[in-house]
Design a protein around this ligand. Structure first.
Ligand code: UD1
Length: 421
């Protein structure tokens, strides 16, 4: 198992090019199950979660030519419809094959994802919506067994809660269904928007893209002809590196980004006293004279993303004053708190609310354990300013979603080594 050894208090500055968004690429790859042609995708992030989904697609019978950030994928000879436990347990987003497999084949079996470090994370809303579309769903021996012998039918779906992968699953299912589907209370995340746009370019009539009501006209079982596309930039990767600029109070520029997607975070940086320069495809963070505390409530897009909560908490530990962070989406997404406290942070928890008493120059290096993907990057950020050496263990979490993080930070002046336990 690898760990990162980080010497703190190094000077960081420079520019980082952001890669394609993992959370956009995952549903987009799953959507290729609906394709009749070779699908050409560029700007694919080179991270473990993508390799996991490609492994699953290969097990289903997909063929592809994959070169780091580019792929041509052909699913015309898919002949399996089962997503097994050994894959789904390593990546919950495997649930994204459920909608497209069921829509194309009329049956499939997908292992139940189960819980994860950040909370219970059920998939009941995905299943209920598919049932509304005529699917018969049975949960047996830890598997979702779904059938729709006469194909899925268009329906009106009202999500009780906004769900990102739930919306994506239903949009993909609806694309091949018979008749029209209306999805009310749909997610509006940029990753959902790109999936809708790609499906629209593949011939599916979709209206309301980017709003909370989507209308999808199903093709009635006819497979789709995809156009080549490039995955949108990863707003969470961009936000994480901007947090590296913030916590080290240095000048840091992220390029290949869509600034609009980062707005909820950029406003928080400004509230903390940092200056932000927005260009067409780049954002620069400039030092603050005094780093001020902030209040954050995580919520759905366009609000502040839960996937940036841990990294901002790391920055709050060095602010001058008390920050309040309310995690509204996941009940257990505070596993990084105890690890940050091991590094000298002063954070207390009360239910969904974390109170961070910031003190500049207080963090020190020690051994810490990564517990989930974004928690891992928060520990790396804290280590950049800690006094002494930090070892971040279990970084397989980090590798799920960050492409060459230590290399990119090293290029900015950080002192980070990847070592074996
Ligand atoms: C996606 C993202 C993840 C991000 C999250 C919230 C991907 C691959 N992952 O996860 O990085 O943190 O959105 O922005 O895109 N819920 C239910 N029942 C369901 C589905 C969801 O109760 O059937 C609840 C969840 O437990 C959670 C909330 O709804 O409290 C939102 O979850 P959801 O948007 O579904 O998260 P994911 O799609 O799993």
């Amino acid at each position: 198992m690898d760990y990162l050894k980080i010497q703190g208090e190094s000077i960081i500055k420079g520019e980082i090019a952001i890669t394609g968004a993992k959370n956009a690429a995952l549903p987009l790859l799953a959507s290729t199950i609906l394709a009749s042609n070779n699908v050409v995708i560029s700007n694919l992030p080179n991270v473990v979660d993508i390799k996991t989904l490609l492994k699953l697609l290969r097990m289903l019978g997909a063929k592809f030519d994959h070169k780091v950030n580019d792929i041509t994928i052909n699913t015309s000879e898919l002949d399996k419809t089962e997503a097994t436990y050994d894959i789904v347990k390593t990546m919950r987003a495997s649930i994204l094959v459920l909608g497209p497999l069921l829509a194309r084949f009329g049956h499939c079996e997908v292992s139940l994802p189960g819980g994860c470090a950040i909370g219970q994370r059920p998939v009941d809303l995905h299943l209920k919506a598919l049932e509304h579309m005529g699917a018969v769903i049975e949960i047996k021996s830890g598997y979702i067994k779904a059938t729709a012998p006469d194909g899925l039918k268009g329906a009106t779906i009202v999500f009780d809660k906004i769900t990102v992968t739930g919306t994506e699953n239903i949009v993909m299912a609806a694309a091949l269904a018979h008749g029209n589907t209306t999805i009310i209370n749909a997610a509006k995340e940029p990753e959902v928007v790109q999936l809708c746009e790609v499906l629209r370019d593949a011939g599916v009539e979709i209206s309301g893209i980017g709003t909370n009501t989507l209308e999808v006209k199903g093709s009635g079982g006819k497979l789709l002809e995809f156009k080549p596309f490039s995955v949108i930039p990863d707003r969470i990767e961009a936000g994480t590196y901007l947090c590296a600029g913030a916590i080290t109070n240095s000048v840091l520029k992220v390029t290949n980004v869509i600034p609009k997607h980062l707005e909820a975070m950029l406003v928080k940086f400004e509230d903390m006293g940092f200056k932000i320069e927005r260009e067409e495809n780049a954002v620069t963070i400039l030092p603050a004279t005094k780093i001020k505390p902030i209040h954050i409530t995580t919520t759905e897009y366009p609000g502040f993303p839960t996937d940036m909560q841990a990294q901002f908490m790391a920055v709050c530990t060095i602010a001058e004053g008390v920050s309040i962070i309310d995690e509204k989406l996941f009940e257990n997404r505070f596993m990084h708190v105890s690890e940050l406290c091991r590094m000298g942070a002063d954070i207390s928890l009360n239910g969904t609310v974390a109170t961070v008493v910031g003190t500049p120059n207080k963090l020190f290096g020690t051994d810490v354990m990564a517990t989930d993907l974004r928690a891992s990057s928060a520990l790396v950020l804290a280590a950049l300013v800690a006094n002494g050496e930090t070892k971040v263990h279990r970084i397989y979490h980090l590798d799920r979603g960050y492409d060459r993080l230590e290399e990119k930070l090293t290029n900015l002046g950080a002192n980070i080594l990847r070592e074996k336990e």
